[in-house]
Design a protein around this ligand. Sequence first.
Ligand code: SAM
Ligand code: SF4
Length: 346
Amino acid sequence: MGSPPNDIDARTPDRLAMGGLVDAHGRVVRYLRISVTDRCDLRCRYCMAETMTFLPRSELLALEEIAIIAERFIARGVTKIRLSGGEPLVRRDVGDLVARLGRHVGRGLDELTMTTNGTRLADHAQCLHAAGIRRVNVSLDSLDPALFRHITRHGDLAQVLGGIFAARDAGLRVKINTVALRGLNEHELPDILAWTVEHGFDLSLIETMPLGEVDEDRTDRFLPLTEVFADLSARFALTRDAHRSGGPARYWSVGDSGTRLGLISPLTANFCDGCNRVRLTTDGKLYLCLGHDDQVDLKAALRGGGIPALDAAIDHGLRIKPAAHDFRIDGATAPAVARHMSVTGG
Ligand code: SAM
Ligand code: SF4
């Protein structure tokens, strides 16, 4: 049995009347993820192939267009925006976008956040904080420099740790994202949790999702978090935390440390009933579900007909938002969705 729709609260009738973002299943969309670029300076093995090809620059949304679309979503009830990618900090003008969207924090937008691989965080942390970002998610799949380099193909662990501590020192709350990988970092997950506790970070563990072709067979690397949780709960005092994000995460508190552990299990947990999010790609497509190909072209709408056409396209998107994802890792030869996570924005 599913949980009730995410947000049928006292404000819902008002939001509907005001052109708010309610889908055909009664779910209120409050969360927009924006992939500001599909490019990246790393090549994590579960995310993309070594020889990944990227979108031609001519197809990308201009920064001004991203801002206009984001502001339309804010006007229509989105209260949280996450900037992601690809690696958001490799886009040269991302600082201008952060500054512009940051002006909406406290004025319609409750929160502006970013997911980053941390390679350039040391240079950007203070500007992100000054613009109104208060939390960042940083991907870190190993604390072992050799394994980190192996998983990311190019990554320098010291550089990423430098970024993480620069973020903390700039006043940003840090959540570490770790993809649980069978035969790669599975032995290290308790150490990574202990390290986040030591430094006052939160930790989200993520199951690999079948998004896009990579050079490897993901089935071999898939590690169900039910298995990881059994191991962690034998070593740490984990108590269930009621926090919900409207996504596939379930949370636990780690003793009285203040660290929150999130388990993101799209393959082994049903979370779709409470889904509150949509995703904008760097070429202007609005994806309604990470695990489906349904999308509407907001770039074409905005360029062809301005704000009224943009609104109509967003409305159409809400009407076709799928009830649930179609993920499975069962030895199928093709990924469930051809798009890489770096295109949709993780
Ligand atoms: N480059 C940034 C980073 O790595 O944090 C932001 C984009 S990345 C696509 C966002 C998150 O998606 C990262 O935490 C990454 O580990 C995760 N990710 C990428 N591909 C994935 C996959 N196939 N399954 C599960 N998580 C994935
Ligand atoms: Fe780049 Fe992030 Fe994908 Fe790794 S997970 S290749 S850092 S986009």
